[in-house]
Design a protein around this ligand. Structure first.
Ligand code: SF4
Length: 429
């Protein structure tokens, strides 16, 4: 019997223990990601170890959560992180460069590597064939110093995808369907490995969205193989030399398995206030919304925002609605600008914010009490917007944008879809 991709990567990085589900193992970490909230503590821990320069393959520090520097403490953290980065051999991405997961995907992530981040959405990198996990600051500091990361060997779930997404269904709907079936605790102690003919119909950024929100399933991580789709994406962003094939064996064994036909997944929405409170978008038809947001590491990529720009072109945001976007990275923002897509967003009355986590963690656009906010983000837990009585619905970016199918519209959720547009060639993935 062959091996699944999870076992292959873990075996190649095993430092301690035995690869038996539920047993504690220690693995060597190749890539480290930290950010400007939890990362500050991680670097302080690392400094206290007095090891000198970092001893992993690559360590990156991203100023992405407190980009607006709304207090002097934020600015002080950035100064500390940037000077520590220089001293210890850590790459530093200053505020405005984008959200760490997306920047890391674009510049550093190498298929087949292990990655550890002081942030739960580090699992994002699974879309490129990395075994990536979130952890606490002390664990991350130890891994930065070359020490193994210890955790319980997860059970590996084979998710066999067939078919292709229908027009107006998105990658976000795939992971919302997973959440509908498995619930927010359904992934605990598990890795979801996506395989099957359907994966060829998902581009790299769609794979990333699905793995990113594996965090909402409670999964240890999620992974797609690194294949021709991955290679094509890396070629387009000028990193083909970093591409490596990472595939499960054709006869690989798994602890559990499930099937998902992409062709039957309909547009879905997570109602307030949990990502697994998933219903068909038709059930939310008629709900008046006050805010619309597309962004975060889940849905703020070039691919996501291009879809939004194409739909709002020549239309106007409804006067009763605030519509804002947070691009995932400056690279994505620059691509949108070069292709004139930014102009379409601005002309439609969309507030184009900095490439930052921003409103995903309640920095800006805090809704007033009783307001309804529709957001293409990963988490709609109560209070995450900065308003403890918020009502946030979470769904895919295309659905948000389609609310403007008429000129000056989208105060309400519309369940009907406009006719499918011809597919356009995408720059990334
Ligand atoms: S965009 Fe949101 S989910 Fe992603 S890293 Fe930032 S705060 Fe976390």
């Amino acid at each position: 019997m062959g091996e699944n991709l999870t076992r292959k990567i873990l075996k190649a990085h095993l430092a301690d223990g035995r690869l038996a589900a539920g047993e504690e193992i220690g693995i060597k970490i190749d890539e480290i990601l930290i950010q400007d909230i939890t990362g500050t503590a991680a670097v302080l821990h690392f400094e206290a170890m007095q090891l000198g320069r970092v001893r992993c393959k690559v360590a990156c520090s991203y100023g992405d959560h407190n980009v607006l520097q709304v207090s002097e403490e934020n600015t002080e953290d950035h100064v500390y992180l940037s000077t520590a980065a220089r001293k210890y051999g850590i790459w530093w991405a200053k505020p405005g460069a984008g959200i760490g997961h997306q920047i890391h995907q674009e510049h550093f992530a190498c298929p087949g590597d292990t990655a550890l981040g002081a942030d739960s959405h580090t699992v994002h990198m699974g879309g490129m064939g990395l075994y990536a996990m979130g952890a606490g600051g002390l664990d991350v500091a130890v891994a930065m110093g070359g020490g193994p990361y210890y955790f319980d060997m997860p059970a590996v779930v084979r998710v066999s995808l067939t078919g292709a997404l229908r027009p107006w269904s998105t990658a976000k709907d795939v992971i919302l369907e997973m959440l509908r079936q498995k619930t927010a605790n359904g992934g605990f102690g598990k890795v979801f490995e996506y395989v099957g003919p359907g994966i060829q119909n998902l581009n790299l950024q769609q794979r990333i969205t699905i793995c990113n929100m594996g965090a909402e399933l409670g999964a240890t991580t999620s992974m797609f193989p690194s294949d021709a789709v991955t290679r094509d994406y890396m070629r387009r962003i000028g990193r083909e030399k970093d591409w490596r094939e990472a595939l499960p064996d054709p006869d690989a064994a798994y602890d559990e398995s499930m099937e998902l036909d992409l062709g039957v997944i309909e547009p879905l929405v997570a109602l307030p206030s949990n990502p697994d409170k998933v219903v068909p978008v038709s059930q939310a038809e008629g709900v008046k919304v006050d805010q619309v947001m597309v962004g975060s590491c889940t849905n703020g990529s070039y691919t996501d925002l291009k879809a939004v720009a194409q739909i709002v072109k020549g239309r106007k945001v409804h006067p009763d609605v605030t519509f804002f976007v947070h691009p995932s990275s400056r690279m994505d923002l620059e691509a949108l600008a070069r292709e004139g897509l930014l102009t379409e967003l601005i002309a439609a009355g969309v507030n184009v914010e900095a490439a930052t986590c921003g409103a995903c963690i309640g920095v800006g656009h805090v809704p007033a009490k009783g307001m309804k906010s529709l957001r293409a983000i990963n988490r709609n837990f109560k209070g995450r917007t900065g308003q403890k009585d918020d009502e946030v619905e979470s769904s895919g970016c295309a659905r948000r944008a389609r609310r403007c199918r008429r000129r000056s519209t989208w105060p309400t959720i519309r369940a009907s879809c406009p006719p499918p547009r011809p597919r356009t060639r995408r720059r990334c993935g």
